[in-house]
Design a protein around this ligand. Structure first.
Ligand code: DAH
Length: 360
C-alpha cells in the first residue's frame, strides 16, 4: 500500500472511532488543519515535477474529499447521538410534587400589612403619605416641635445621638415621626392632610419596647380644623382598622410639647380570656397621643398661627399590630424567624383595601 492509502485507512478508522464531537474535531485538525497530515502531503506537491504533481495532486485531493465527507457523516451521527442522550437525561418526571411559587409561599410581615391597612384607611379619607429621613437634625426632632433646649421632655425620649459635627451640630435617629410634621409644613401650603408612617428609634428594649419601632403620625392644618374633626377621624380610623361597627373612645388630658391641648386616647375593650376585643367590655387601652398643633410649632414651620390651626396624632404601629393580630411580644416582629412569619404573615396578593376587606 502507498503512504497515501495507509493514511486514508488510518484516518477513516480514527473517524469511525471518534466517540464524540470533540474527538472528531481533533481528528479533523490532525488531518486537515494547518499542520495536519494531509495538509503536509499537499505541501510536498510544490517540489514535484509537473507530471508527477498532476497525478499525485489529484490522488491527494481525492483522499482529502473522502476524508472530509467521512468527517461530515460522522459529525451528523455524533450530533444526533448527543441530542438523544441529552433528551434522555433531561426528561421531566411529571409525577414529582410541584414547588410552590413565591407568591404562594412568601409572606408579608404584619408590620407591612398594618402599614398598608393604615394607608388604605387614611387614603380613603383624603390623606396623602409623607415621609422623612430616619437620621434627623436635633432642630426638626425637638427644637421646632417646641421642645426648648434643656427641656426635660427631651430626656424622656432616650435618644440615640451621633457624634457631634465640627460645628457642634448633633444628628440623631429620630425618636418619633413628628419631625415629618415639620418637614411637611415647611414644604407645603395648607390645607395639609398627611399621614407619616415610618421607623423610629429609642434606646429601650423589653417585651413591649425595641430600639427600633414604627409610628404613624397624622397632621391636618387648615383654617378651621378643630378637635371635633380630630375625634371623628380617630373614631372612623379605629372602627375601620379593628373592623368593628362601633368603638368607645376616651380622650384624657396629657402633655406633649408640640400640642396644646394634648390628649391621650384610650379605646374600650374586653380583656377577658387573655384576648383583647374591641367594641365591648369595661377595660380601657391606650392607643395614641394627639392634640391641637401648638401655635409655636406652626410659627416655627413658617406658617401664621393666627390664620392656620390644626391637629396631629401619633400612634405606635407595632402596638396596634400586636393588638389586632394577637401578638404578645414585640421582639418577635424583628427576629426574622421564617416559621413565625409563615404563621403571622399575610399572603402577598391579598392587598388590604376598604372595599375588599382589610385583613381577610
Ligand atoms: N410624638 C409622640 C411620641 O412619640 C406621639 C404624638 C403625640 C404625636 C401627640 C403627635 C401628637 O402628633 O399630637 O410619643
Amino acid at each position: 500500500m502507498t503512504d497515501l492509502a495507509t493514511l486514508e485507512t488510518d484516518l477513516t478508522a480514527q473517524i469511525a472511532a471518534a466517540a464524540d464531537e470533540a474527538a472528531l474535531e481533533a481528528v479533523r485538525v490532525a488531518a486537515l488543519g494547518k499542520k495536519g497530515s494531509l495538509s503536509a502531503l499537499l505541501a510536498t506537491l510544490g517540489q514535484m515535477a509537473p507530471e508527477e504533481r498532476k497525478t499525485a495532486g489529484a490522488a491527494i485531493n481525492q483522499v482529502k474529499d473522502r476524508v472530509t465527507e467521512a468527517l461530515g457523516q460522522r459529525r451528523e451521527v455524533l450530533k444526533s447521538a448527543a441530542l438523544d442522550a441529552r433528551l434522555a437525561a433531561e426528561t421531566v418526571d411529571v409525577t414529582l410534587p410541584v414547588r410552590e411559587s413565591p407568591t404562594e409561599t412568601g409572606r408579608i410581615h404584619p408590620i407591612s400589612q398594618v402599614m398598608d391597612e393604615l394607608t388604605a384607611i387614611f387614603a380613603d379619607m383624603g390623606f396623602a403619605i409623607a415621609e422623612g429621613p430616619d437620621i434627623e437634625t436635633d432642630d426638626y426632632n425637638f427644637t421646632k416641635l417646641n421642645f426648648p433646649e434643656g427641656h426635660p421632655a427631651r430626656e424622656m425620649h432616650d435618644t440615640f445621638f451621633f457624634n457631634p459635627k465640627p460645628n457642634g451640630e448633633r444628628m440623631l435617629l429620630r425618636t418619633h415621626t413628628s419631625p415629618v410634621q415639620v418637614r411637611t409644613m415647611l414644604s407645603n401650603k395648607p390645607p395639609i392632610r398627611v399621614i407619616c408612617p415610618g421607623r423610629t428609634y429609642r434606646c429601650d428594649s423589653d417585651q413591649t419596647h425595641t430600639p427600633m419601632f414604627h409610628q404613624v403620625e397624622g397632621l391636618v392644618i387648615d383654617k378651621g380644623s378643630h378637635i371635633g374633626h380630630l375625634k371623628w377621624i380617630l373614631e372612623e380610623f379605629c372602627k375601620a382598622f379593628f373592623e368593628v361597627d362601633s368603638v368607645k373612645m376616651r380622650f384624657r388630658p396629657s402633655f406633649f410639647p408640640f400640642t396644646e391641648p394634648s390628649m391621650e386616647v384610650d379605646i374600650q375593650c374586653n380583656r377577658q380570656g387573655g384576648e383583647v376585643r374591641f367594641g365591648e367590655g369595661e377595660d380601657w387601652l391606650e392607643i395614641l397621643g394627639c392634640g391641637m398643633v401648638h401655635p409655636n410649632v406652626i410659627r416655627n414651620c413658617g406658617l401664621d398661627p393666627d390664620i392656620y390651626q390644626g391637629f396631629a396624632w401619633g400612634m405606635g404601629i407595632d402596638r396596634i399590630a400586636m393588638l389586632k393580630y394577637g401578638i404578645n411580644d414585640l421582639r418577635q416582629f424583628f427576629e426574622a424567624d421564617v416559621r413565625w412569619l409563615s404563621h403571622y404573615g399575610f399572603r402577598p396578593l391579598d392587598l388590604p383595601s376598604l372595599a375588599g376587606g382589610l385583613s381577610s
